[in-house]
Design a protein around this ligand. Structure first.
Ligand code: ADP
Ligand code: MG
Length: 457
């Protein structure tokens, strides 16, 4: 494998474990410039991307590279243009020898390639293929009202809920529908992480006024996964001004988040009150009937059919979210295609349980500590050390609580992991969090998000 092939294969692996917007944002225009005595040098387009890859994805990258080439020991990042830019999400440049997609069996990956460069909207997200149930009907109803009366009824619209429950699908579908009805309007979909990169780039290139202008002439702004923006004050400030400029002109703003505004610890008050001043809707988890309906809808686009029992079994076993549901269905479809034999309930159970145990296997106490530190934006080192700072104490107690509740680690072992503390400290922490949880929906929400991150591979 030469270095380009190595990188392409690495990207194919990473793509499976990282959300699509993140993947597109951070891995576009990356490449491998050198592989020398175990050191792989990866080039990235700017300093911001370098920092993110180093801080957020280093382990995943190293892991994926090692799986492909066990001589790889280290990874370094440099800023520059790749020899052959990685082709991420743009089929036009895809070379013939790119590795085949590993698990994607439906046609979504092909349609994904037709993302409109002007609006950033993906035409695959429509209302036609969006199933409505009690878990999302409020959000769906609000969406319909927004389309009828853009900028006037529910502004901003803030949709929140766990991963894979259809937030991105819904807000993009609004964008597609609005443009379908009125092609002259200017719409723009942007994941907040991408927005931040645009700002950083513009600041560097002295183009910030042009960028501001670009955002302030939009009729419909769709900001996905806003929670990331709360990490830096500068970004919140930029967004605040853009928000106001649009809002004052009655331009429609759609925002998604993995949690409600009050559960984003570092979100500025003024932004929070703006968000809460509009329409908020949450999406929950679909019930069995809805999950079954979703599966049936997805089957319509595949040239294949399964007995009802098979779909019912999938709907019964996969309860977490719609993305998982799609993933499980795709696995079953792929197995059916490869085996040529009819798929029965037993086979489905096997396929899904192997899928699920894979996901669980990855969770270690290290991962729990890492996720908690990232969530509260504290150093892992500090979390396990003896500091009594208030902003460290709560995350530390939560980390201990999760080690106990999720991984069933003994109290003495937990104390040991946190700088050799006594087991009574561990017990106290777990009880404390357990008690607060009984009355605080904010903490409940935070822990829900943390758990999701822990279990996402
Ligand atoms: P989120 O943004 O909340 O993490 P997505 O919008 O990315 O979730 O949805 C995950 C996957 O599930 C996507 O492939 C999407 O098309 C599909 N999906 C989500 N909600 C629905 C729905 N109500 N009906 C059909 N498919 C859905
Ligand atoms: Mg999303």
């Amino acid at each position: 494998m030469n270095r380009d092939e190595l990188w392409r294969a690495t990207l194919a692996k990473l793509e499976l474990t990282i959300s699509r917007p993140n993947f597109l944002t951070w891995f576009q225009e990356t490449g491998v410039t050198a592989v020398e005595s175990g050191l792989v040098t990866i080039c990235v387009p700017n300093g911001f991307a370098k920092e993110w890859l180093q801080n957020k994805y280093h382990r995943d990258i190293l892991h994926a590279l090692r799986e492909l080439n066990n001589e790889v020991k280290e990874v370094a990042y440099t800023i520059g243009k790749p020899p052959h830019p990685a082709v991420v999400g743009s089929g036009k440049q895809k070379t013939h020898d790119a590795p085949p997609p590993v698990s994607d069996t439906d046609d979504s990956s092909i349609r994904e390639l037709t993302v409109n460069p002007e609006t950033n909207l993906n035409p695959r997200y429509t209302f036609k293929n969006f199933v409505v149930g009690s878990f999302n009907e409020l959000a769906h109803a609000a969406a319909q009202a927004i389309i009828k009366n853009l900028g006037m009824t529910y502004n901003p619209f803030f949709i929140y809920g766990g991963v894979g429950l259809g937030k991105t699908h819904l807000i993009q579908a609004i964008g597609n529908e609005v443009l379908h009805e009125n092609p002259n309007l200017k719409a723009r979909y942007v994941p907040s992480e991408k927005y931040m990169v645009e700002i950083v780039d513009a600041l560097r290139d002295g183009q910030i006024n042009q960028l501001k202008e670009k955002y302030r002439t939009i009729d419909l702004l769709i900001m996905d996964d806003i929670q990331f923006i709360a990490r830096t004050e500068k970004m919140q400030e930029e967004f605040f001004h853009t928000f106001n400029a649009l809002f004052e002109k009655n331009k429609q703003i759609l925002i998604s988040s993995d949690r409600p505004p009050q559960a984003i610890p570092t979100l500025e008050k003024r932004l929070r009150s703006r968000f809460e001043g509009g329409m908020m809707a949450d999406v929950g988890q679909p019930d069995f009937e809805t999950r079954l309906l979703i599966l049936k809808t997805k089957m319509e686009s595949k040239q294949m059919s399964f007995p009802d029992k098979v779909l019912e079994t999938i709907a019964d076993l996969v309860r977490t979210n719609i993305r998982e549901l799609e993933g499980a269905l795709n696995k079953v479809v792929m197995t059916a295609k490869l085996s040529n034999a009819p798929i029965d309930v037993d086979a489905v159970q096997k396929i899904i349980s192997s899928h699920q145990s894979n996901a669980k296997k990855f969770v270690s106490s290290k991962k729990v500590i890492k996720v908690v530190s990232e969530f509260y934006d504290v150093e892992e080192k500090e979390l396990v050390a003896h500091s009594r700072r208030r902003d460290i104490v709560k995350p530390r107690q939560i980390a201990m609580y999760l080690l106990r509740e999720e991984l069933h680690i003994s109290y003495p072992a937990i104390g040991e992991k946190f700088g050799g503390r006594d087991h009574t400290t561990a017990i106290h922490s777990c009880e404390k969090i357990g008690n607060v949880l009984k009355t605080s929906s904010e903490l409940e929400e935070e822990i829900r998000v943390i758990k999701e991150k822990i279990y996402s591979v």
